[in-house]
Design a protein around this ligand. Structure first.
Ligand code: NAD
Ligand code: UDP
Length: 312
């Protein structure tokens, strides 16, 4: 077995922590880089007993010099609450982070994967969304710092590939949930579970008829690793998400049912530019990666509820 050296930026975050663990379990040496803006040391501290795991406090908006074989670039706050807290910093993280990590990949000849997002499709007018859809993003709206930052990062990845031969992979991740989400993360699954477990009101934004397609984190990590190891010359972008689509109201009802909570559903204003519908077309992931999601919403929610019972 070859022990690869792998850098995971944003490694102390929700997705990054699962990815670090999986890569370590596969026998690799893993460098977990994070500035701890939304990530938490406790997500990865149990990995420190493995001598092949290292934590690096660093901000991707600054250059860094390391020797690795692969880079997974995940650093970026993902919850609207956190990415809108300092929109300029969010944009810098996506754009300067991409430039710094691509520059590093070029210098050390590493393969590099970008964690892009379904948000590149904005409030989509095509449903479900294939990778060929260019999207419907408001460039000056509240979500623009994230959406346009991620779109620019995709552009930079493709430009570094075409101009400098950097070996790239781009994954477009759809709404993902699971253990290690921060209880204060602000995204819908963690909010609803935390509210339900405390018998607090469940806050549905708008009328709750907007839809999302929820993917369990283990399925995502499998898709990321398959894409990193996909055939030479294929870089995507490729959608990775669970096509089972639910309204936000259905999600609230499911969480109440699975937790046995006494919570009531209350309605709050819908944030501006909140996409009305979202569902991945995963034909490309099936064809190129032989990947499809294995965990259904009930199974994944039960595991996530168990996790949150332990942290709140
Ligand atoms: P998260 O907020 O839990 O993790 C992001 C991590 O990046 C955190 O540990 C944070 O501290 C770190 N970080 C932020 N800015 C940084 C900076 N400037 N320098 C270094 N570290 C920094 O979010 P997540 O859900 O784990 O998302 C991981 C990646 O996947 C993000 O790039 C996100 O955009 C992408 N993504 C996630 C989802 C999802 O549903 N979880 C969907 C689409 C895309
Ligand atoms: N949402 C909600 N209540 C909450 C948090 C979010 O109704 O407490 C809604 C939000 O308006 C959106 C959906 O749930 O329509 C998903 O929101 P999230 O922030 O998880 O992800 P994104 O909008 O980025 O897909």
């Amino acid at each position: 077995m070859i022990r690869k050296k792998i850098l995971v930026t944003g490694g102390a975050g929700f997705v990054g922590s699962h990815l670090c663990e999986r890569l370590l379990n596969e026998g690799n040496e893993v460098y977990c880089l994070d500035n701890y803006f939304t990530g938490q040391k406790q997500n990865v501290v149990h990995l420190l007993k493995n001598p092949y795991f290292e934590m690096i406090r660093h901000d991707v908006t600054e250059p860094i010099f390391l020797e690795t074989d692969e880079i997974y670039n995940l650093a970026c706050p993902a919850s609207p609450v956190h990415y809108q807290y300092n929109p300029i910093k969010t944009m810098k993280t996506s754009v300067m982070g991409a430039i710094n990590m691509l520059g590093l990949a070029k210098r050390i000849n590493a393969k590099i994967l970008q964690a892009s997002t379904s948000e590149v499709y904005g409030d989509p007018l095509v449903h479900p969304q294939p990778e060929s859809y260019w999207g419907h993003v408001n460039p000056i709206g509240e979500r623009a710092c994230y959406d346009e930052g991620k779109r620019s990062a995709e552009t930079l990845f493709v430009n570094y590939h075409q101009q400098n031969n950097v070996d790239i992979k781009i994954i477009r991740i759809f709404n993902t949930y699971g253990p290690n989400m921060n209880p204060h993360d602000g995204r819908v699954v963690s909010n609803f579970i935390v509210q339900a477990l405390q018998n607090q009101d469940i806050t549905v934004y708008g009328e709750g008829n907007q839809t999302r397609s929820f993917q369990y984190v283990d399925d995502l990590v499998e898709g990321m690793i398959r894409l990193m190891n996909s055939r030479d010359g294929f870089y995507g972008p490729v959608n990775v998400g669970n096509p089972n689509e639910f309204t936000i109201l259905e999600l609230a009802q499911k969480v109440i049912e699975l937790t046995g909570s006494k919570s009531k559903i209350i309605y709050r204003p819908l944030p501006s530019d909140d996409p009305m519908q979202r569902q991945p077309d995963i034909s490309l992931a099936k064809k190129e990666l032989d990947w499809y999601p294995k965990v259904n919403l009930d199974e994944g929610l039960i595991k996530t509820i168990e996790y949150f019972k332990g942290v709140i």
